[in-house]
Write a protein that binds this ligand. Sequence first.
Ligand SMILES: Nc1ncnc2c1ncn2[C@@H]1O[C@H](COP(=O)(O)OP(=O)(O)OP(=O)(O)O)[C@@H](O)[C@H]1O
Ligand SMILES: [Mg+2]
Length: 455
Amino acid sequence: MNEALENILLDVSKSPDIDGGDLEQASELILMSALKGLDISRVSIWLLQPDKQSMTAARLIDEKQQDTELPVLRKSELPSYFRVLMTERTIIANDARNHPATVELSNGYLEETGVYGMLDVPLRHKGQMIGVMCCESRKPLRRWTSDEVAFVGVLADIYGRAVSASERERFEELLIRQNEQLESMVAERTESLTKALDNFKQAQERLIETEKMAALGKLVAGVAHEVNTPLGVSVTAVTHCEHRLKKLDQGFSNGSISRKHLQTFISDTYEAYQLLTSNLERAATLIQNFKKTAVDQSSFELVNCQLNDYLHALILSLKPVVKKKHVSITIDCDDDIVLSTYQGALAQIVTNLVSNTNDHAFVEPDERHQIQIKTEQKDKGVHFHFRDNGKGMDSDTVKNIFEPFFTTSRQTGGSGLGLSIVYNLVTRKLNGEISVQSTPGKGTEFSFFLPDLPK
Ligand SMILES: Nc1ncnc2c1ncn2[C@@H]1O[C@H](COP(=O)(O)OP(=O)(O)OP(=O)(O)O)[C@@H](O)[C@H]1O
Ligand SMILES: [Mg+2]
């Protein structure tokens, strides 16, 4: 190819207009370059319509600047012209009015425009023919050289590149718009989700409050019910005493008191007092236990507890509790285990478990009664196993064991608060977990994990 044409191609190819995305600007540059490089009168770009039945002019430059109305080129009227273009071959027509591919254009188009020579190169994009670039000469004896054919071929390829760039630009814009839409959608959703979450949290808080109040109500009702019985007995006893005292007073006034009367009065009053004392004590114990359930946070101190020493000391202090039933308690705890915890709470837990075992697991005194306390150092705390070889529990008892006021020994003074206190201490105060396993006739094991609490 001659140097002049090569230089024009180089300029077009390097121009930012080609890959800038503006197809009109790129078309203009390509057509102007064709005009510059070739000795031609007109140059135009025609685009194939989606139905592939016609082509319309996208851009035309005419040296005469003729304001001609651009026709639509229809396949039905120009079958030969379309056939050749569809095979994607260049039409090199030196004498277009007689060339087999362009002869169909001669009567109308070629005569009206005064064109004799045509050099038509198919335009391609993504391997498909999308139109044609038409170079036209009004000179009757125009011979297209092979350099010129190659030159227009390269320009046509550059046009394909420009189409790709404009498509990419369109997609990018679309992508940006869609991203923006997506972002605003996400923002909207996030906002509504945040609102929903807030509502949910509020509902949850209300629910927790309601639950707390219900639990408190249950506890208060239980305590009231429990305390009511001993207080009722006490009131009856006092009324009875008052009635007897009135009678004594009357007898004393009219001098009708016999020695026997006085003795009966005294022994009755003693009995009533005993009843009063035991019932008032029971009421006091219940109230005390109730106070413990509330777990006074400040009554415990967070310390590094040397578990082995502490458990031994604790069990020693509990010996009187288990002495009567000959219960032996063994502790299996490594010397070096230290747990950062509320020691007072741990003492309450162990005391409750020991007294429960003594009261419920072992019915009669027996040398074989045994409690084993075993500790295992874990990654972030200590696992406790508290096992007895007593009578065990059925599954119904196991299910309810941590419920406040659940007891199987109401007649013998149980209030059913012991294990609910233990549960609250382990899970709330000490941030741990507790579970129980029991086999009737074999024994019970309480397992609980206490984490090292941060100071
Ligand atoms: N080691 C055990 N073996 C068998 N049963 C047990 C054992 N520990 C607890 N229980 C059962 O669990 C019930 C609930 O125990 P909890 O300590 O809560 O109440 P209580 O001991 O009955 O009364 P309180 O402790 O308030 O005086 C007991 O009544 C008993 O039936
Ligand atoms: Mg108990």
